[in-house]
Write a protein that binds this ligand. Structure first.
Ligand code: RRO
Length: 338
């Protein structure tokens, strides 16, 4: 089974990555498995300065998922460059460095500071953290500000360093945002970040999270991830997608691949099973083999090419395809029964 994959100019020998934010800079997972066997480790988003994050409690359980309200806690870029990245590089780990900023200028400064960093194979530009002071700082919620950040990162990054833009599902039309960041120079897209949610403790009649709202992750959001990947792949089939959102098994990972993801990241599942990323990678190999695939690449976006479908049920990007029988893709309950 050929599991090698590409995300634009980024070549990876294996298709499963850690999702940003669920294992700091990868060190905490190394006691459970060899993290160099993954496609790559995606770090928790790094900012210029150290940051304590939001007040506690900052996690809450939800049906089939969880809320986090971490608030970009991190050691800052100097500590990251001095300790975390060299540790990963010494172990031969391919590292995708996630960066976050409070302004376009901070993203640009971070990119400049990270130039030539050892072991860094790509940048993931986190323009979609939901846990910021105001929604105006969620750059990925507006095409113009999303594009501005990506253009600044592209200007400062070495030409051959792949830049992935991490998008938010909390938008009216994710295809519009995806098109804007690709035009601004993103080589690929990471989808999806968490959805903004909230839990109230009815006995205390108060929000559970100190930060009131938080990012929803876990299996509950997987259908949203599949929908976003599907819509963007339908509109821009040549733009590579790193898919994430509630993946717990190889079967879940395959679902994102069939929607159009060329690689898949595992996040929340790691909290219950620290070996989940490598397990999902092994399971994905098996899921592909039992279905007769010779390679992962053959499965990427395959669901778009199979049968009658209405692709993109939201917004203006509805494309009706025809299946082999010539039926058009009008919503058809038979599809659900299949
Ligand atoms: O740190 C966080 O609170 C956080 C970030 Br940066 C993000 O991108 N997504 C999320 O759910 N939490």
């Amino acid at each position: 089974m050929d599991l090698a994959t590409t995300l634009g100019p980024l070549r990876l020998p294996a298709p499963v990555l850690t999702a940003s934010g669920c294992a700091a800079a990868g060190r905490e997972l190394a006691q459970f498995f060899d993290i160099a066997e993954l496609g790559a480790v995606v770090t928790k988003s790094i900012m210029m300065a150290p940051r304590a994050g939001r007040a506690t409690p900052r996690m809450a359980e939800t049906p089939s998922g969880m809320l986090n309200s971490i608030g970009l806690q991190g050691p800052g870029v100097e500590e990251f460059l001095g300790h975390d990245l060299p540790w990963l590089a010494e172990r031969g780990v391919r590292t995708v460095v996630s960066i976050a900023g409070g302004s376009v200028e901070e993203f640009a400064l971070l990119t400049r500071r990270l130039r030539g960093a050892p072991g860094m194979v790509a940048l993931e530009v986190n323009i979609s953290c939901p846990n910021v002071a105001d929604r105006g700082l969620v750059f990925a919620c507006r095409a113009g500000s999303a594009a501005e950040v990506i253009a600044a990162v592209r200007r400062e990054a070495p030409r051959d360093l792949p830049v992935l833009a991490k998008l938010s599902p909390d938008v009216t039309d994710i295809v519009e945002i995806a098109q804007a960041v690709v035009e601004a120079g993103a080589n690929g897209l990471s989808m999806i970040n968490t959805l903004l949610g909230m839990v109230i403790d009815v006995d205390r009649a108060a929000p559970v999270l100190a930060g009131v709202t938080g990012g929803l992750s876990g299996p509950a959001i997987r259908p949203v991830a599949v929908r976003c990947i599907w819509q963007v792949h339908a509109a821009m089939p040549h733009v590579p997608i790193l898919g994430m959102g509630g993946v717990r098994s190889g079967r879940d990972a395959l679902e994102l691949v069939l929607a159009g993801a060329s690689a898949v990241a595992v996040g929340t599942a790691t909290f219950g099973d620290p070996s989940a990323p490598l397990r999902v990678q092994d399971e994905l190999r098996h899921e592909l083999a039992v279905r007769g695939f010779a390679s992962l690449a053959d499965a990427v976006g395959l669901a778009h090419r199979r049968g009658a479908r209405v692709s993109g049920a939201v917004g203006a990007h509805v494309a009706v395809e025809r299946d082999e029988s010539g039926r058009d893709g009008a919503p058809d309950t038979r599809d659900e029964a299949r």
